[in-house]
Ligand binder design. Sequence first.
Ligand code: SF4
Length: 187
Amino acid sequence: MNILLHVCCGPCAIYPVTQMLNDGIRVSGYFYNPNIHPYREFKQRIQGVQQFADLTQLEVDIDTKYGLTEYLRKVVFHEHERCSLCYRMRLEEVAQKAKKKGVDAFSTTLLYSKHQNHECIKKIGAEIAEKYQIEFYYQDFRSGWQEGIEKAIEINLYRQAYCGCIYSEQERYDKVFSKKKQTIKTP
Ligand code: SF4
């Protein structure tokens, strides 16, 4: 089997790629993530993916176009459902590319993350497979969560502190701030 794997970042690629290779699957990667902001973070994640690809000889196609505007046009006024829009935007692109390349299926490293809405990704993957008539390769890669983290630390791969979009970046600081507030003792 030959799969085009959507790669969201270096650390999330480790376990799925390892598993696929162990299963005898031919895999190539595609970094397409207009949801990652700001630009400096976007560049840093690309470097992480490149580092991982160099280390493992993974063939990876990296879309270096910074997609802030494209992403915002999809989600503004629909922030409450932004993650499903974001999954769909990325997987649609990957499915179309997979179809053009003539591979057997497409998949995504998002299926590895415990922080993502796994069931939503699975559902959208199946819908897009139907739409473009190409298989969505599904596997619950979350079982390798710890293994992936340990490997990322071992190879000194950049590990991000938030999901990607400017909303998730804000939430990161909201959480830090509310934790700090809880620890401040009242007199
Ligand atoms: S939190 Fe993550 S998945 Fe959700 S919209 Fe932002 S970047 Fe996309």
